[in-house]
Design a protein around this ligand. Structure first.
Ligand code: ZN
Length: 103
């Protein structure tokens, strides 16, 4: 889409551009995720988790930069009040299992 020089409004911040790109990618790939991370149900949404620094190495991130981990959930799991805690625990648990057992 060509940029209209008469267009008003605030300029796009890099964070906005990044967020839109990630959302577009997630929407495109939502069906490739397979199942809900927590219950194995049908995927209805994709989320992004930014691990705290102590988990950077576990997820293979550069020690100095934050990274994001994508995950997918069904609507009932996403609506659970403790869903974010469960997602973090499951992502860490799966990553540890991959590293220890190689599966
Ligand atoms: Zn679920």
């Amino acid at each position: 889409m060509a940029k209209d020089p008469r267009r008003k409004g605030r300029p796009k911040r890099p964070a906005d551009v990044f967020r839109k790109a990630v959302e577009a990618e997630a929407t495109r790939d939502v069906h490739e995720f397979g199942t809900c991370l927590l219950c194995g149900g049908a995927v209805q949404m994709v989320g992004f988790w930014t691990p705290t620094k102590r988990f950077y190495r576990l997820f293979g991130f550069d020690e100095t930069k934050a990274g994001v981990v994508m995950y997918s959930l069904c609507k009932p799991c996403a609506d659970r009040p403790d869903s974010m805690t469960s997602v973090e625990e499951r992502l860490i648990e799966e990553r540890l299992r991959e590293q220890v057992l190689g599966v």
